[in-house]
Ligand binder design. Sequence first.
Ligand code: SF4
Length: 471
Amino acid sequence: MRDVFVYSQHPIGTLEVDIDVIRHFDIKTPNYPLYPSIDYFIDAFDASVHANWADNRKIGGTRRPLSIYVHIPFCRSLCFYCKYNHIITNKKANIEKYTSFLLREIKLQEKLFQNDTSVEQIYFGGGTPSILNDDQLCRVMSGIYQHFSLTQNGECTIEVDPRFTKNDSISILREIGFNGITLSVQDFDSEVQKAVHRNQNEDDTLRIVHGAQQEKFKSINIDLVYGLPKQSIDKFDRTLEKIINARPNKISLVNYMHLPEKFKAQRHIKVKDLPSTETKLEIIRHAISQLTKDGYVHIGVNHFARHDDKLVVALQQGRLYRNFQGYSTHVDCDLIGLGVSAISSIGPTYSQNYCDLDQYYDKLKQNTLPIMRGLELTTDDLLRRLVMHMLMCNSLLSFESIETAFPIDFKHYFGTEMAELLEYEKSSLITLGDEEITVTPKGRLLICNICMVFDKYQRKHNERRIITNTI
Ligand code: SF4
């Protein structure tokens, strides 16, 4: 008998978990926060190209709204599952120096966006953004607000580490202007925490969530990670139950990807401690069941939102967007990335700052934006990015909507992809109509696999097994 489970709290967020199908398609896929990926950025894209595209925003009538991402790379200790650009430090002088260079960078970016001040989203990510003290955070925010202003319904979010956040910091964050927080929890179990070198007291986490609720933060997001060493179904169930009881607006279930050859920190993790694929599948099935029962709706990829969250309304009304930070109700924005390794996206381009701190500082000392590399997307890149965006946000792709935006005959242009999609249709992950592709409740969990069919770069380089990502 097949193991098929249907979870439905909300008509639009229905998920069907077919264990055999997941096993069959459990290949390594990117998560597509951006397309094409940074692997295809080129060195010839420098600060002057970025400036030209920022200048182009002044031409013509409609501009995309702006958003700002601020990267704080510092962490106090190393988590063994880490895959982010981080620098371990406890030195106050390092953090102060970085703050002052961030302010220089803000001033340089400001010059490119004269009379272009309205921002829909500000996001502080890391690393550990809350490693900046209240005064440093306040100075960075003031630097941003000297030129830019957040729209009335704008979001201003910061990633907070509960291990090092005092109670009064939450009210100060609210005063500074933040209205959203993200907490990384992973798992409350002490054995798991020991195995990943992140000792995070459960009381500290819940204290921050309750504090943020009291301070009326509009959005509280919690990231849990499954597939960590020493993890079991029961342990993850217990963690999730406590998190659900705290009623955050959003919960993300992140699949731990063990790639020690790529991420040095992961070399500390013992392979023998990792849960089996079967255990991981059961963890995720239990989690979906628990979340659905307790009123959380699957938004897409690995994101769930409480049934009364605006993301659920946006999903229902077909107004959902996806950017580097996940799903959003804000339309596709041009993004200004600040800080070491940060990525910007202006018009049809991506660019990335230097990942090395000294190189980042050197460029800023020369009064030049610290852009290391980037990419001008081709028409084909933009077309494929839109296709993936529609599949990920609407679970529906109308050929006509693509043909209106691009001068192509969809079925002809994507002949190879349409043929490849037949395998997905056979497994009931999608339905292929004359006018559209619809992702089924069974396919929603494997949306990245479906999107990968449209990824020309993966096809070209035959690198189709890079990063594992079932959900
Ligand atoms: S997982 Fe986050 S907090 Fe931990 S080392 Fe990496 S960036 Fe720092």
